[in-house]
Design a protein around this ligand. Structure first.
Ligand code: ZN
Length: 407
């Protein structure tokens, strides 16, 4: 049992009295112990894109903003589990691009497995909820795999099983444009499937059957309600924020959050600036990124070279013209809102690091204890913080496994 787990046991057995005494003595130490007492899970990062771009070694410590996740910083931030997303941007649905997105997803998957294997002394692949706990108890970082955008499935339902067998445990049904599964919340052309398509209905049923978590981040409101009606298991929003705190189609409305919670699911607050607080549309960063988005046709790349060039340009804009980002306090406003709306059991955090995520005072996973400090400042106790950092997500993961009949 590593030190943090000793803390966990100690905190449970000694109760609130211990925390109160500790606080009077040393607030920073108390926050550190509360953070270490939680199972900390980040349900969304786009780090695999870096892995396939080559020369990125997860075992080395890097610096933000160029990189926000690696094994040393996951340990510094006391992160127990991280989801690496196999992200493919939505492109025209033609055979060539279906094939390329499938190949790209597999390339990312393989690179994750290689990285985990190379770091097997300190990390392991987790393909079920109990493996996250087991690896945490061994003092190792649990690496979980999600897929962001169901584009690589093409129209082939057998691929859901294929990716499940390779270790993928959630699928974000679409990304910023519509696909064969459902409509996106941000497709410039508007909806085309009237929510979830008939193929999407099959995908939901197959994911329920296998014990794969359905991720509703990015999907349209109508598609979300269709998923809630179709799914036998609770679902997650792996990285979504709250529309009534920061308006935008990509964030979830109060009606959606109520429906999600009634269905037993969880909204993992996304700490990407534009989803946390309205963007400053007069900034240099905003204009440069808009130019880039238009240049690369709303991130619909012609080929691999263009995708790599776009990400290089993106990194350079973020470095040369850094945006004025919102703060942890503004992100925690989203958590507060969900807690007031539906209670403590339905929210968590999905950083979107290495895919645009990052706050002024939370630049990488090593900064996660600062979020805990803000939660403590607002009066959240150990039990509530445990739920936010991982407990709520783990409950959903277990429910999904139970629905599929797993032990
Ligand atoms: Zn995303």
């Amino acid at each position: 049992m590593r030190p943090r787990n000793v803390f966990r046991v100690a905190l449970v057995s000694m109760g609130a009295c211990f925390i109160t005494t500790l606080f009077a003595q040393e607030p920073a130490l108390a926050v550190q112990r509360i953070h270490q007492g939680a199972i900390v899970i980040d349900t969304h990062t786009d780090t695999p894109m870096k892995l396939i771009n080559g020369q990125f070694d997860l075992s080395e410590r890097h610096e933000a903003p160029g990189s926000r996740v690696d094994f040393p910083r996951l340990r510094e931030g006391n992160v127990d589990a991280v989801f690496f997303a196999l992200f493919t941007g939505q492109r025209k649905r033609i055979p060539e691009y279906y094939r390329e997105s499938y190949d790209l997803a597999n390339q990312m998957l393989d690179s994750i497995l290689v990285s985990v294997h190379r770091n097997k002394e300190t990390a392991g692949l987790a393909t079920c909820s109990s493996e996250i706990i087991r690896l945490s108890d061994q003092g190792k970082t649990a690496v979980c795999i999600g897929m962001e955008n169901g584009f690589p499935l093409g129209k082939d339902i057998a691929r859901v099983r294929e990716f499940y067998d390779k270790g993928v445990r959630y699928i974000t049904l679409c990304h910023s444009a519509n696909n064969d599964i459902c409509d996106s919340s941000t497709d410039p052309q508007g909806p085309e499937n009237n929510g979830l398509s008939s193929f999407g209905q099959q995908v939901v049923a197959e994911m329920n059957r296998l014990g794969m978590i359905i991720d509703v981040s990015h999907i349209s409101d109508k598609a979300f309600f269709d998923v809630i009606a179709a799914s036998k298991a609770p679902v997650i929003a792996s990285h979504s924020s709250v529309r009534s705190v920061c308006n935008g189609h990509r964030n979830m409305s109060d009606t959606m959050i109520r429906a999600l919670s009634r269905h037993g699911g969880v909204i993992q607050i996304c700490i990407l600036g534009a989803y946390v607080a309205p963007e400053d549309t007069t900034s240099e960063n905003f204009h440069k990124l808009e130019e880039l988005r238009l240049k690369y046709n709303n991130w619909q790349y012609k080929d691999d070279e263009e995708r790599k060039a776009a990400w290089r340009a993106y990194d350079s804009i973020e470095t040369c013209f850094p945006p004025v980002l919102p703060t942890i306090a503004q992100a925690v406003d989203h958590i507060d809102h969900v807690v007031k709306l539906v209670g403590i059991d339905y929210t968590g955090i999905g950083s979107d690091f290495d895919g645009g995520g990052g706050l002024a005072d939370c630049v990488d996973v090593a900064d996660f204890p600062k979020i805990t400090a803000e939660l403590v400042k607002r009066g959240y106790n150990q039990e509530e913080i445990n739920k936010i950092w991982g407990g709520n997500f783990l409950r959903v993961f277990r429910e999904v496994e139970k629905t599929a009949g797993h032990e």
